[in-house]
Design a protein around this ligand. Sequence first.
Ligand SMILES: NC(=O)c1ccc[n+]([C@@H]2O[C@H](COP(=O)([O-])OP(=O)(O)OC[C@H]3O[C@@H](n4cnc5c(N)ncnc54)[C@H](O)[C@@H]3O)[C@@H](O)[C@H]2O)c1
Length: 421
Amino acid sequence: MSSAPTKIHTVDKEGKEITTVGFNRFGFDSEVNLEALRALYLRAHYSNAGPNGKSAQNSSDEDGTYQSNSIYNKETGGISYTTLTRFPPVKLLAPSERKRVLVTGGAGFVGSHLVDRLMLLGHEVTVLDNFFTGSKTTVSHWVGHPNFELVRHDVVEPFMIECDQIYHLACPASPPHYQYNPVKTVKTSFMGTLNMLGLAKRTKARFLITSTSEVYGDPEVHPQHEEYWGHVNPIGIRACYDEGKRVAETLTYGYQRQDKVDVRVARIFNTYGPRMNPYDGRVVSNFIVQALKGEDMTVYGDGKQTRSFQYVHDLIDGLIALMNSDESRPVNIGNGDEFTIIEFAELVREIVEKVQDEAGIKRTRSVKIIHKDMPKDDPKQRRPDTTRAKETLKWQPRWSVRMGLEEMVRYYKAKMEEGNL
Ligand SMILES: NC(=O)c1ccc[n+]([C@@H]2O[C@H](COP(=O)([O-])OP(=O)(O)OC[C@H]3O[C@@H](n4cnc5c(N)ncnc54)[C@H](O)[C@@H]3O)[C@@H](O)[C@H]2O)c1
């Protein structure tokens, strides 16, 4: 059974201890305690039944993790779900400071971290999600809270609500998911964005879309700055996502010019962290899961292609800063520390071994790195130029890849121990 989170020592790129994430900028305070956030994701989802059929864990809100204490019985294969008796404490904001925030795709990987942050800060949050790739479990610790609403809704259909800010994230983000139904992916990007922009126009809410570095395609400019128009194959297998996001940006600026909608465009580069779907085919989750299971790690091609990876807390800092700033041009949000895929695989293997050694886990074999053919249209190089974010948002990533990976390995390890991976 997985235990409650142990105290983890985390330092930023300059070696300073990280105890909080966020900052007070542009009149919006986004700072929260890191341990308070960790209590929401770095813990077991359920406990296993003891010999008497009862959970060996105490009621979890007493130990500060604020989770329902659902109990899994291995013998019967049954799980009995429990509900929270107490919610995680949130900041008490004056009504004038409290924003009504709509987060589409809020049950997904990035969305759920944004929801945790906004909820802890004391805002009113409504999540719209069709649960295509997201899951209720990512936000279940807020269900029933007076500041929170979870609505099953597909953004290709219009939706009406009163709100002050819209974070529009709804869209599958990993290649196997967005390629599963490419027509639906384009529809989600186009119609979903059209509907949410229509809502922003009607309510005069500020609108932020999570666009992507994929709008640069297989770039001829390195690193990529926001003025670069990209090099995208419009009919390739990734086009449903890349072109979908490009047209979503076109729509966003159309509404800005035509209807004076207050818009923000974040171009997000590869992001990783807890709650990422372990089987979504993205390189970070692939490597960690393979290494934790003692399987060989698969590198596509010769592994010399480079990637940069950003930890999810840095992304949430950037998104909140952008939403509350005056910057309406596209802004790259990513970590520029570049690794070849081979270097990255080696780092993941080293960290997995470190975390296993700390926990006294014996490895049955040493994990090897093997090579397979490169998938079609896979970009060879991708690295953000984040000068604009630095100048206008005063934002730069704080988390080193090593620190973020350690957290993510601990998260997947906990899931593995509870038999959930
Ligand atoms: N994670 C990254 O590295 C990354 C990089 C660039 C851009 N982004 C963007 O960030 C956003 C979130 O990505 P993520 O990594 O959290 O992906 P995710 O797949 O975990 O989350 C997407 C969420 O949107 C929901 N969704 C999908 N289609 C929907 C629809 N038609 N109606 C309602 N809900 C729908 C899913 O159920 C899921 O909860 C996406 O817009 C993605 O394009 C992510």
